[in-house]
Structure formats: C-alpha cells, structure tokens
Design a protein around this ligand. Structure first.
Ligand code: GLN
Length: 484
C-alpha cells in the first residue's frame, strides 16, 4: 500500500480495498520498524491517528467523504497541533504543547486526512541539510550517508521512505523545493499569502510559506485543495477565490512558453545536474512547449539580500522565546537578565544564534539603512526581474539545487557554502512567487530536481505543467533503493 500515491490510496479507500484504520496501522508499523534509520519523525501520534482513521472510515462509509479522507500524512514540526508537542526542531520548544492547531492542520483534518506524527526539521527551519535539529540529523533514504536537504528534511525523508503518503512543509528560502529535489519528490511552495500561516511558527514572516511534499504533482494538487483557504487569522493571507487545483492537470502544454534564466546555468552548477535539467526541459519541447533564454539580472544578489532580511526578521520573531511565557527556562536564574540570557544561550543552537546576532546587528541604529533598507531595495529589483520575465514567458525553469545530496558534515563548517545551496530557490521567496520542484533524473544514483517558477497565484498552471511531465516520464515513480 505504501508505494501508492495519495490519489491511488484515495481510490483504494473508496473501493473498500482497505480501510483507513488498516492503512494507518500499516504506516505506523513501518514508522516503528524503519524510522530509527531515517530519524524523520520527532513525535508519533499513534493514538490520535487511529482515532482519526476510525472517524475517516465512518465518513467513507457514508459515501460523500472528501478525497483525502482516511489518508495518513505527517506534519512538519513547526505547525502547531492542539495537544501535541510542537518543537520546531529546537530544545527551546521541546516541552511546548500548543493549545490550538495551525489553520492548515485544521483544514487537512477537516478534509479527513489522518495525522501520523510530526516530522524532524532544521531548528526553527534554518538550514539546508537538516543537520541543525536538536533531535539529530535526518538521513536521506536514497543515500544514508547523505543529507535529505532542509529545512523540511523530515517531511521529505518520511515521504521518500514511504512512511507517510504526503507531508506538510514550509519554505522560507527553499526548504520545500530543495529537500524535494534531494529526496526525489514533488515539492510545492505556493504564492506568498495563498496558504494561511496561522499557527506556523514564524522564522522570517515576509518570506515564510506553507506547502506540500508528495510523490506526484497530482497529490500536491489534492493537498493544496484541502490546505488553501482565506484566513482572517493571518493578515498576510490573500482573499483570492479558491480553485480546484486538480481541474486543469490534464490540459495539454502546446504553446507553453518556457523561460530559462541564463544566470541559473553558470559556475557552481554541478555539470551532470545541469545536464539532467536541460534534458527535462527538452521533454517539454517534445510536449509542444517553446523554450527561450531569459535573464534575471539581479539573481546574484538574492542570497546576500536574503541573508540580511531573513536574519533580521528572525531576530525579531525569536525574541518571544525568553524563558518567561513558554518554552525552555534555565535552572535557578539569579535575576531576570540571567533568566533571559541563560535560557536563550542554553536552548538555541549555533545556527539560530548566528542568525539572531546577524539580524540584530543589521537592524541596529546606524546600520539599518546600510543593510536592512538596502536589502529591501534589492528585493524590489529581484521581484521586478520576475515581473518583466513573465511578460515574455509563462513559466521559468531551471535547477532546484546546484548538486545532488551531499555527505553529512560536508558544509557545516562553512555557512556560506551551505547558504549557496538555495541560490536558485531564494529569489522566488523574495518575490513571493510560487515554485515547484519535480524529480528529473539521477546523478550518482541520487535524485535531482527541476524547478518550475510561476507567476503570482499560478499554482494550478504549475501543477498542470508538472503533471504533464510526470505523465511522460517515470522519475517520480522511482523509489529509493532498499525501500521495501
Ligand atoms: N536554507 C535557507 C535558510 O537556511 C532556507 C530555509 C527555509 O526555507 N526555511 O534560511
């Protein structure tokens, strides 16, 4: 059962080939048996899962259940879950049990999806390799000595190891698309504002967006259908009409105009990864699309601008973790300052501290204009590059990540090398655009991803373009070696 897509499982449930309880027990048994190898889950919610599965079976028996009803999924551990520990991969929140659920968690629950548990992640979603989690690194199911990508590495590894049918994830600078690429999955980051961020623990609020990690574009469409809603609890959530993201999956691509940014194929791109991406773009030509080279002239400024804006926003967002209201508190503080200092020093990891320091510096009096204001101006130029490009083309394609999954420790000593992992994904967040990664080949027996960037609110079109590729190729159907 676990090798099936969500769409296939939905059919099996409707036909009563198996019940949701059987399916859920099957996944729980796999997690118990296999996750010691991958470390993709922080918390397993066995009891709730079985209760939700029973409820799903009742709805399925009534005959009008939504498509996702009864399908077991996992949530990244930065989405608040009522009564279930939500750690954000940090010692700071190791003891945090939220009294409410994130809107997307509620939406998926209302659609009948069953929550198996909460997935491992880089601490506060800061990272590109899932090596900064308080709960230890996550292993890539394709190569156990390599990283799964980050920060949504637990969600990606869980789906790639077939321990969950799909998973939620979040993307601030690439954290859905990059692990999707490294683990051979389909990863969708919707337009900023398309999906509610209420109850999603904030990292950099002007960049964060929730999305999906699944085997196929069709599954992403099914999940997005359930997740997207206008939510007055999130003031950045846009009141756009909801659409059925599965409705246009089969639309032919004849006449589609693809733009390929020349800046995405320069130095730093692993040659075989580049070749796999170029071959994938050729597949689209075979489907009737035309390809033209475009330029996104400010691409080289995306990583530097991001590493001012994201730390600045994180330093403000993470100031709430002070040992007073919730989260970790140090033992026997001498006074209030000691309580703040030791609680934060003892509970945050090195990468989080590095970001808070950089951010507080960039926002400090005297430096604000030199760094933060400047970065915001650069951000505007990066956005304009995309606005200009979308007057000529319908979709932009290129690599998701510069190389396939790398070995543990390969980049941990050099933060800049790690930051460059997101060189192709970060601009999308700065511009607020939707992006999607689909598997398009194997290099050194490890998956690589093709990235699709669409215009604002063009998720439906992106999913259609991805689905058409998956109708003529089989990269998305391949399982990591050794998956039983
Ligand atoms: N790797 C980037 C960072 O470390 C992006 C992380 C993310 O998208 N959450 O900030």
């Amino acid at each position: 059962m676990h090798d099936q897509t969500m769409a296939q499982l939905a059919l099996g449930l409707k036909r009563r080939d198996f019940s949701s309880v059987e399916l859920t027990q099957h996944y729980l048994e796999r997690i118990q048996r296999l996750d010691a190898t991958y470390n993709s889950f922080i918390t397993i919610t066995e009891q709730q899962a079985l209760q939700q599965a029973e409820e799903a079976d009742r709805r399925l028996a009534q005959g009008d259940a939504p498509t996702l009803c009864g399908i077991p999924i996992a949530h990244k551990d930065l989405f608040c879950t009522d009564g279930v520990r939500t750690s954000c991969g940090s010692k700071m929140l190791d003891n945090f049990v939220p009294p409410y659920s994130a809107t997307i968690v509620e939406n998926l629950q209302a659609a009948g999806a069953v929550m198996l548990g909460k997935t491992n992640m880089d601490e506060f979603a800061m990272g590109s390799s899932n090596e900064t989690s308080y709960y230890g690194p996550v292993k890539n199911p394709w190569a156990i000595d390599c990283v799964p990508g980050g920060s949504s590495g637990g969600s990606a590894a869980a789906v790639a190891a077939q321990l969950a049918a799909g998973a939620t994830a979040s993307d601030t600078g690439g954290s859905i698309r990059q692990p999707a690429a490294l683990c051979g999955l389909t990863g969708l980051k919707p337009t900023y504002g398309r999906v509610s961020r209420w109850g999603m623990i904030a990292f950099a609020s002007s960049l964060d967006q929730a999305g999906t990690l699944t085997r196929t574009a069709e599954d992403s469409a099914l999940m997005l259908n359930a997740m997207a809603s206008f939510d007055t609890l999130d003031s950045t959530c846009v009141d756009q009409p909801l659409e059925d993201y599965t409705a246009n999956l089969n639309q032919p691509l004849k006449g589609l105009k693809i733009g390929v940014p020349k800046e995405y194929f320069s130095e730093g791109l692993h040659p075989e990864t580049g070749a796999a991406v170029e071959a994938a773009i050729k597949v689209y030509e075979g489907l009737g699309a035309s390809v033209q080279e475009i330029s996104l002239p400010h691409s080289h400024l995306a990583v530097p601008a991001y590493y001012v804006i994201a730390p600045a926003e994180c330093s403000a967002n993470l100031s709430r973790f002070d040992g007073v209201r919730y989260g970790y508190r140090c033992e026997t503080p001498k006074d209030l300052m000691d309580l703040y200092q030791r609680s934060r020093s003892e509970a945050f990891g090195d990468e989080v501290k590095r970001r808070i320091l950089v951010g507080a510096y960039a926002l400090s009096a005297g430096y604000y204009d030199a760094y933060y204001s400047k970065a915001q101006k650069v951000r505007r130029l990066i956005k304009q590059d995309f606005v200009d490009a979308f007057t000529q083309v319908d979709v932009i394609m290129g690599p998701t990540s510069p190389s396939p999954a790398f070995a543990f420790g390969a980049k941990t000593k050099d933060p800049v090398a790690m930051y460059l992992e997101d060189i192709y994904t970060i601009a999308t967040n700065l511009a607020g655009l939707p992006g999607l990664s689909i598997p398009c080949g194997l290099v050194e027996n490890k998956p690589v991803g093709l990235q699709l960037i669409g215009n604002y609110f063009a998720e439906g079109r992106l999913l259609n373009i991805a689905h058409q590729f998956q109708q003529t190729t089989d990269f998305h159907t391949r399982s990591a070696p050794g998956i039983e």
